[in-house]
Design a protein around this ligand. Structure first.
Ligand code: CMC
Length: 428
């Protein structure tokens, strides 16, 4: 195979070096294309653009494969826990017992929020979307640690990593407690990550709260399944923001905002709203499928389709089984789960979806688990954000160590008016 690609532009030729990834993915290096030819590439949505070389996550979308640092997502979901998977993403290897213990302790030491931050939550209206509070809270946190957030100082990066991993669940749980008018519940450092989060969410000071180990395991699995997904919208946002050398808190806060959108992490909320709509329509999925196929209707079947997967999303397969288990245990059954399965079956045999290779994605069944846990709809994307946090941190850290890094600054093809004379206001 050739190690160069040739791009011909009128009478000019550009020779681009070929780059090959460890799984055989090939890319043309066009980094000097503009200097040499004056032309740029045009790639809306960056669907054909590799923005980085990364060793964190590998996806083979045609075959439904997802691996972190070489380890299959199925194995991590089954055998690992969230803190261990976070370590793997951030530091590149599965930890030894001593390393994971040290990492866990470094995180748990930081789970409390500074007391000065409590009034911050009271300033929001009770109906405030918790994604807004999480993003604002992440940025607010940075103001307490301004002496320790220099992105070029390894010690600052390390402690910022612990603080974010430790404090974001507390911010998320406080946002939830604020929305339902209950007292804030402080973290318990004797509990593991998911169990502590359940405690802060569901305990009340007036009675004991017993953590259901099956629920804690299901949440751990969900967090692992969301932990990273290479250069998706929010991760690319974190890298782009971080490329300006702003601190990690600010970059993660921006990532949360990107994740919030209904085409990304907000989809899990929208899926359950859509399934409830189908239930209201007495289970008639046909009208929803018809609308999703209608080019004049902006409606899409939420939880279906993916930029990279042209096959069943491996995360969705695992989450479907977990949903089955959690719903049977907590609710007996859920008519929305039945509707979801029926919808999936119909969609997977419909030519429109077959031709476009649209399969259920990670968001299709996850919301039904949160629903069985009695979480309000607007908390679903927050759970996605907590899961994605180690991925954002790992990608930001990789970006800040990358010898090829430059501030992210795409070009454009200007299509506005050409030069014209200023017209004084009285003459317009
Ligand atoms: N329902 C109906 N049609 C769809 C859907 C859908 N959910 N998704 C894609 N299509 C069609 C789309 O209309 C287009 O058809 P045509 O070729 O005739 O114009 C074709 O499939 C390709 O779609 P696209 O919009 O070019 O694909 P994309 O890679 O730009 O978008 C997506 C990917 C995930 C934004 C999109 O599939 C979508 O909007 N899905 C619903 C929202 C959703 O579930 N988002 C969660 C994504 S997974 C987790 C995450 O990243 O957060």
């Amino acid at each position: 195979m050739s190690d160069h690609a040739r791009i011909e532009l009128d009478d000019q030729a550009y020779e681009g070096r070929m780059i090959e990834g460890s799984e055989g993915e090939r890319a043309v290096d066009i980094s000097s294309l503009r200097n040499e030819t004056g032309a740029v590439t045009y790639d809306p949505g960056y669907a054909n653009t590799g923005s980085v070389q990364s060793s964190i996550t590998y996806i083979d979308g045609d075959n439904g494969i997802l691996r972190h640092r070489g380890y299959a997502i199925e194995d991590l979901a089954k055998h690992s826990d969230f803190v261990e998977t976070s370590y793997l993403l951030i530091y590149g290897e599965l930890p030894t017992q001593a390393q994971v213990t040290n990492f866990r302790e470094s995180i748990t030491k930081h789970t409390l929020l500074r007391e000065d931050m409590r009034p911050f939550f009271d300033a929001f209206p009770p109906e405030a979307h918790p994604m807004a509070i999480l993003s604002a809270g992440t940025l607010a946190l940075s103001t307490f640690y301004q002496n320790h957030y220099d992105p070029s100082n390894p010690d600052d990066v390390e402690i910022s990593t612990y603080r974010l991993m430790a404090k974001l669940p507390t911010v998320a749980a406080f946002a939830y407690k604020r929305s339902i008018g209950q007292p804030y519940i402080y973290p318990r450092n004797d509990l593991k990550f998911a169990a502590n989060f359940l405690h802060m969410m569901f305990a009340v000071p007036s009675e004991p709260y017993e953590i259901d180990p099956d629920l804690a395991r299901a949440l751990t699995e969900l967090l692992i399944l969301h932990a990273d997904h290479e250069q998706n919208c929010s991760t690319s946002a974190v890298r782009l923001i971080g490329s300006s050398q702003v601190n990690l808190f600010a970059a993660v806060s921006g990532g949360i905002n990107a994740l919030w959108g209904p085409l990304h992490g907000g989809a899990n909320q929208q899926v359950v709203e859509m399934l409830a709509g189908i239930q209201e329509a007495e289970g008639d999925t046909k009208e929803f499928i018809r609308r999703a196929k209608d080019k004049d209707d902006p409606f899409r079947l939420m939880g279906f389709g993916h930029r990279v997967y042209k096959n069943y999303d491996p995360r969705a397969r695992i989450i479907k089984d977990t949903a089955d288990r959690v719903i049977s245990k907590l609710a007996g059954n859920d008519p929305l789960f039945e509707i979801a399965q029926e919808l999936e079956e119909t969609v997977l045999s419909d030519d429109y979806f077959i031709e476009r290779k649209l399969y259920p994605n990670v968001d299709f069944y996850s919301g039904l688990i949160y629903r069985a846990m009695n979480l309000p709809l607007n908390m679903y994307p927050v759970l996605f954000a907590l899961g994605r946090l180690p991925g954002w941190i790992a990608q930001w850290r990789e970006m800040s160590q990358d010898p090829d890094r430059r501030i992210g600054r795409p070009r454009q093809i200007y299509t506005g008016p050409t030069a014209r004379n200023y017209v004084p206001i009285e003459n317009r």
